[in-house]
Unconditional design. Structure first.
Length: 95
């Protein structure tokens, strides 16, 4: 079944999340979050502050997501093991 996704904004204090309305966080499987830059102060649209990052990662912990490393993910895939149903891989591009 193909779902048509639209984007909604969810604001919490100083952080705005853009979420598909089909509630991506309720799906099973790996979620990959890519951050471009983290800074003490916001410099541009590609930068999150340290406080925003803490808030976003804290939300994931509160919602019982399980953080995985690249090494753990590769090891599970090579061994034919399942990854956790609420797995999250956090990456930093050009940090």
């Amino acid at each position: 079944m193909h779902y048509r996704e639209t984007i909604t904004a969810l604001s919490t204090r100083e952080t705005t999340f853009f979420l598909p309305t089909m509630r991506w966080f309720e799906r099973r499987g790996l979620r990959v979050l890519m951050y471009h830059k983290v800074s003490l102060k916001t410099g541009d649209a590609l930068t999150v502050t340290v406080d925003q990052l803490k808030e976003q990662l804290g939300w994931l912990r509160t919602e019982e997501f399980e953080f995985v490393t690249c090494a753990a993910l590769v090891a599970a895939l090579e061994a034919g093991k399942a990854i956790p149903p609420r797995a999250v891989l956090v990456t930093f591009d050009d940090a």
